[in-house]
Design a protein around this ligand. Structure first.
Ligand SMILES: [Mg+2]
Length: 432
């Protein structure tokens, strides 16, 4: 019987604000950071790793919150965790005192995400499979026990969810073969950060096109005229066949959103992301009404499944951008994927940051094989930064995420990276 003997969390921060990687209209100096959880077991060769992603300050707050949950896991066997992970998830999100700080959103929910990400890593490793493969190989009855339907059954019943999973079973093997061969299409955000010069944008677009990318996202939001000029520059550089999408990172109010989006219409955008507050469901609905067929994307800052329910049911979210570290790990993510499928809204997971690409590669494979069966008109975010810190970084071929083949959830970092970038006493930070 393998038991959990100890858990630790490290506050790991990378100084990405130095070169403005990750800069956008609101987050002007992001230091991509991870609360890095390690689960130790009675088997020395078996450890679980998980993260939540933040932007520097505040990483310590999430890390502190994570520690409150450790006593709930010490001494449990991996078998009982695997068998009861759905019930265990509810014990965490319904913690009688910590729940007050949410419920099911914000710092506490991110702490739950980091811990359950580490538990899913452990479960996949125990079963000797990459996490995506472990999930798609599991039968629908088992998967249903992992999921959470509380507060959303008015839009997605358990029977509907089960039927989606059941109907995919006959296509599963073929889809697995397709995904192993072709991978899953991605888009790049790396060419269009707000702090970059025109020369750097052109150089990066050329570079990414040469590597096979056809979808480019740029940051907008501070100055309409300057944004239109950058969009013209990018359209000239990548040509009419490639797709452009823009991300305003919550910069505008509802009226400004309508004005800006209508001014961008000539660029035939694939979507406009987070024009306004990520909580403003009715605001999104008003914007959608005034911008016609432009698709609105949001979700990276949606705290939980209940927000996704509002957005999906109201028609205000046309592209669903789940975040692997803000939603409460696999237990809640799969439920949101199922809800999005029911409302016929494509899922383009949010990635970039640190570790998010390593996570979403599993999620898009699951969405394709187990739920949606489509991938050719869908793209998952990709950003080429910080992958060198991971033992098993994601692999991209011609702009496609290739299915991970190593066991687990792909988030184990190199020991030296953790040591150097732990805040504030790691090698890097103590000198800076
Ligand atoms: Mg975004």
């Amino acid at each position: 019987m393998i038991k959990i003997t100890n858990l630790t969390v490290e506050d790991v921060r990378f100084p990405t604000s130095k070169d403005l990687t990750g800069s956008d209209a609101i987050h002007t100096d992001p230091d991509y950071s991870a609360t890095y959880v390690t689960v130790y077991t009675s088997d020395n060769s078996l450890k679980g790793y998980g993260i939540a992603f933040t932007l520097g300050k505040g990483n310590d707050v999430v890390a502190d919150c994570i520690k409150h949950f450790f006593p709930m896991l010490i001494g449990k066997t991996i078998d009982e965790i695997e068998l009861n992970i759905g019930e265990l998830w509810f014990e965490f999100v319904d913690h009688s005192q910590l729940r007050w700080l949410g419920p099911e959103k914000g710092v506490v929910h991110m702490a739950v995400a980091a811990i359950f990400n580490s538990l899913w890593d452990l479960i996949a490793k125990k079963n000797q499979k990459p996490l995506w493969k472990f999930i798609v190989d599991s039968d629908p009855e088992t998967i249903m026990k992992w999921l959470t339907f509380k507060y959303i059954e008015d839009v997605l019943t358990k029977d509907e969810a089960f039927n989606i999973l059941q109907n995919s079973q006959m296509h599963k093997e073929k889809r697995i073969q397709t995904i192993l061969k072709e991978g899953y299409p991605s888009y790049t955000t790396a060419a269009g950060w707000l702090g970059y010069s025109n020369e750097k944008i052109i150089e990066l677009c050329d570079q990414y096109m040469a590597q096979g990318w056809k979808h480019f996202k740029i940051k907008v939001g501070l100055d309409l005229e300057a944004d239109v000029k950058r969009l013209e520059l990018i359209r000239q550089t990548i040509g009419p066949e490639c797709s452009i999408m823009v991300d305003a990172n919550q910069q505008w109010n509802v009226q400004q959103s309508i004005e800006h989006i209508n001014a961008y219409k000539k660029f035939n955008l694939l979507f406009v992301e987070e024009p306004t507050s990520p909580d403003d469901v009715l605001g999104f609905a008003k914007i959608k009404k005034e911008v016609g067929d432009v698709r609105l994307a949001t979700g990276e800052a949606c705290g939980g499944r209940i927000m996704f329910k509002q957005f999906l049911e109201s028609g205000a979210m046309n592209v669903c951008q789940i975040d692997s570290c803000r939603l409460g790990s696999i237990n809640e993510i799969l439920t949101v994927l199922l809800m999005a499928h029911k409302f016929k809204v494509p899922v383009f997971p949010h990635a970039g940051g640190v570790g998010l690409c390593e996570y979403v590669q599993h999620l898009c494979m699951v969405d394709y094989v187990l739920i949606n069966g489509e991938k050719d008109n869908k793209v998952v975010e990709y950003q080429d930064s910080l992958h060198e810190h991971f033992i098993h970084p994601c692999i991209i071929k011609k702009g496609n995420y290739m299915p991970p083949k190593d066991i687990g959830y792909s988030i184990e970092m190199k020991q030296k990276s953790v040591k150097d970038f732990t805040y504030p006493n790691g090698e890097y930070w103590k000198d800076n």
